[in-house]
Design a protein around this ligand. Structure first.
Ligand code: SF4
Length: 220
């Protein structure tokens, strides 16, 4: 009992010391699957899910990622060694909110090792890192930084309530002309919202529908 408590306290203390240089990061999980959403849907990829998020979306499906204390700190070299054996050269860095950390060292080493590197972010923190693809999914609970939207290759707005469609349209003047535009039903409401989005996209063909195929397939 006492031993467990000491170990827990040590873990918390270590996370207070996450260095700002991005050489060591809190990793919640690394797993190999298919990209289930958006433009690259269906591609095999390694997911690096970093722990830590202060956005607080009420419908978040990875609330266990919000705190860093339960997860190990890993060096960027450890991370590379862990993912090298997976067949795909596509890596998706997600969270949590990965931009809470300096992602330049991790993305640099991934690029040096021949990986294509994609980011999934709310855009609420400053952009760092070297990216082949930036997917920005703004959240109502913490505003997207205006300087990030023009750099997005993909804008993916999760629709939880019908009024979110109007909110999604408010980002259109800020993204670049090549940016791919997706509306994605929030999973807990998907049966109701999907029909709404089909009708909306038929009328507004600049948008595309993103479905979370991994959830339909019951894979990660
Ligand atoms: Fe969850 Fe992502 Fe929202 Fe953070 S930004 S609370 S991880 S959905």
């Amino acid at each position: 009992m006492y031993l467990c408590r000491v170990i827990q306290l040590e873990k918390k203390a270590s996370h207070l010391e996450i260095p700002a240089n991005g050489e060591i990061l809190p990793v919640m999980e690394i797993f190999y699957s298919l990209q289930g959403e958006g433009y690259h849907q269906g591609k095999s990829a390694t997911f690096i899910r970093l722990a830590g998020c202060s956005i607080g979306c009420v419908w978040c499906d990875v609330k266990e990622s919000w705190k860093t204390d339960d997860y190990p700190l890993q060096t960027v070299s450890d991370i590379i060694n862990e993912i090298k054996s997976f067949p795909s050269r596509l890596v998706i860095i997600t969270g949590g909110e990965p931009l809470m950390y300096n992602l330049t060292p991790l993305t640099q080493i991934l690029k040096e090792n021949g990986f294509q590197v994609h980011l999934e972010t709310s855009g609420a923190f400053p952009l760092s890192g070297i990216w082949d693809w930036i997917c920005v999914s703004p959240k109502k609970f913490k505003s997207v930084l205006p300087e990030i939207l023009p750099q997005a290759h993909e804008l993916k707005v999760v629709v939880y309530h019908p009024s979110d469609i109007t909110w999604a349209n408010s980002f259109l003047p800020s993204v670049n002309a090549q940016c791919k535009l997706y509306l994605q039903p929030e999973w807990s409401k998907h049966q109701h919202i999907e029909k709404l989005l089909v009708a909306h996209i038929q009328e507004n063909p600049q948008w595309r529908l993103s479905l979370q195929v991994h959830k339909y397939l019951n894979i990660r």
